[in-house]
Design a protein around this ligand. Sequence first.
Ligand SMILES: Cc1ncc(C[n+]2csc(CCOP(=O)(O)OP(=O)(O)O)c2C)c(N)n1
Ligand SMILES: [Mg+2]
Length: 385
Amino acid sequence: MLNCPRRGLVMAMPSDIEAKTRATTPVASPMPDAETEARRFIDPSGKLLQPVTKAWAPPEQLERLYHAMVLTRAFDEKAIALQHTGRLGTYPSSLGQEAVAVGIAAGMAAEDILLPAFREHGAQLWRGVAMLELLLYWGGDERGSDFKKARVDFPVSIPVAAHFPHAAGVALALRLKATRNVAVCVGGDGATSKGDFYEAINIAGAWKLPAVFVVNNNQWAISVPVHAQTAARTLAQKAVAAGIEMDRVDGNDVLAVLDAVERAAARARSGDGPTLIEAVTYRLGDHTTSDNARRYRSDEEVSRHWIEEPIARLRAHLTNTGYWTKEREEDLHSQCSAAVEEAVAAYLATAAEPPSAMFDHLFATLPAPLKRQCDLATAEATSHD
Ligand SMILES: Cc1ncc(C[n+]2csc(CCOP(=O)(O)OP(=O)(O)O)c2C)c(N)n1
Ligand SMILES: [Mg+2]
């Protein structure tokens, strides 16, 4: 064991990390302490701590953000139910992290390019990806990545951090094409432990690329808590080595996330280079529908973080200002569940592609071994018809 005085924690050596990260390991609180403060506009009670920019101050604008988060949560709940009843593949819930996704998308310009990880459903929906497309994708149908809108956004990246170098490449392309657009890349805390992450922020810094990297720090990478992954005091500070700007915000405050992304995108647009933003939040759900988080963290820890969750705090704020009412809340929930039900009906009515579809698009002419596999898959499927 190692003593880590700055944290006041006992850090495990690699050999005993596995055992020690289960159940008993303390987790950093998303409440910022003095040394690692995360900027916020609205506190968990709904109190406004600093003025909101003119563009987002009107209650109708805040309602848009609130609506998007409630819709994301309604989608999430349904997706989990579909998976549990065998109608969707493995699905990663974004419960409690809606403000990160919605804040990122709301802070981007429509012409910017989003490179999401796999928990940013709310960002994709805001950017115009159809709920039906999300369902198709998570149901194993690649047509779900062929977005009708948001044509140039990237599909979900399941490989952790693999899309960070792509983001640097996209940013370089945007620069070469002399656009004023920005590549916005999102990854988890776990992604910041990968080489791809460091390589991408390094080259983006060296070439002053128009990129914004957002770390969705939900405190866990499956069963590994942040402090078992890194000795860095914050994930934002990883920007220092790359010589790029950094920001650290309360990821449960949608206004703080969108403000950070807007500022970073503005800097990138004016040629001032990339920014690394850490949005500190908490994964309230299991890692995915294949996980059982109770095996490695306590119910008490999870309940503690429910107090911070992003939807309740924006609702509290809107209610405090007198704008939001019980009727509006009920209306919104009916609208969201109708939108989800409509997408689910369309998804369930979509005929599956033939198994041969998985061989499409990669080769103009299939190599012989793949051709044989394709023929076999087709014959097997036909025999079940
Ligand atoms: C390159 C790679 N290695 C391992 C995995 C398996 N895996 C899936 S998600 C995950 C943890 C990711 O943690 P984090 O980046 O914090 O994102 P979160 O799931 O918390 O949103 C791992 C190890 C993977 N998908 N890709
Ligand atoms: Mg994580």
